[in-house]
Design a protein around this ligand. Structure first.
Ligand SMILES: C[S@@+](CC[C@H](N)C(=O)[O-])C[C@H]1O[C@@H](n2cnc3c(N)ncnc32)[C@H](O)[C@@H]1O
Length: 214
């Protein structure tokens, strides 16, 4: 990751492509206008190099996808995957997810994916976890009623805590497994880069689906 982060050409490459949105606040409440259709919007938080979002977009041409990451350098890799496969139903946003509530209006997103976010193991850093109630309260506003958050992680502590976070924030647990790859959901699963890394080390992947109840 450190080698990839040093590449300075990333931003110019992103700037050339209209699929990359540098002023996402301008589209709050207007994402369907940008996509030029009313298809549901699915959002991936922390997309990394884009294995997941590009496969989702290819499998689901009648959905719109938005993927967010902090780093231009990983978004370039995502963008290349989209372009190699001529996928037009995705937009990429370089931004800090902390500011997520500034870019979506109420009920604008149908589903959220959080794959292998940083576990922030120290107690004083828990507030930075993407499943912490501070974040869940933001997601609840722009996620439709009955909309889902799909969350997977290698980290036992983060998963256990997240089960509590979702319950505390009023989400209904629809599905949960402590071993995704041996579960009934395995056939629907798209393996991400970090997932491949952790499962090749023998670490079980934890996964849950949590429903928003407004
Ligand atoms: C461990 S990687 C996982 C990448 C990918 N989801 C996967 O499963 O292979 C976490 C990603 O989240 C991004 N990220 C972490 N915190 C973020 C934040 N606050 N805002 C935006 N992106 C963030 C990182 O840059 C990184 O690409």
């Amino acid at each position: 990751m450190s080698r990839i982060r040093r590449r300075k050409w990333a931003r110019p490459e992103l700037e050339k492509d209209p699929k990359v949105i540098f002023q996402p606040q301008e589209y709050q409440g207007k994402w369907p206008e940008l996509f030029k259709n009313q298809n549901p919007i699915h959002l991936e938080l922390g997309c990394g190099q884009g294995e997941f979002i590009s496969q989702c977009a290819e499998n689901n041409p009648h959905l719109n996808f938005i993927a967010i990451d902090l780093y231009n350098e990983v978004l370039v890799q995502t963008l290349r995957k989209l372009n190699e496969n001529s996928l037009e139903n995705v937009r990429l946003i370089p931004m800090n997810i902390r500011l997520i509530n500034e870019i979506f209006a109420e009920d604008e997103v149908a589903k959220i994916y959080i794959n292998f976010c940083n576990p922030w193991p120290k107690r004083r850093h828990h507030i930075r976890r993407l499943t912490h109630p501070v974040f869940l309260e933001k997601y609840k506003k722009f996620l439709i009623n009955k909309g889902e958050v799909c969350f997977k992680t290698d980290d036992d502590g983060l998963f256990q805590d997240s089960l509590k976070y979702f319950a505390e924030s009023g989400f209904k647990e629809l599905y949960k497994t402590f071993d995704l790859h041996s579960s009934s959901y395995a056939q629907n699963n798209i393996v991400t880069k970090y997932e491949e890394k952790f499962s090749s080390q023998g670490i079980k992947i934890k996964f849950g689906i949590f429903q928003n109840n407004k």
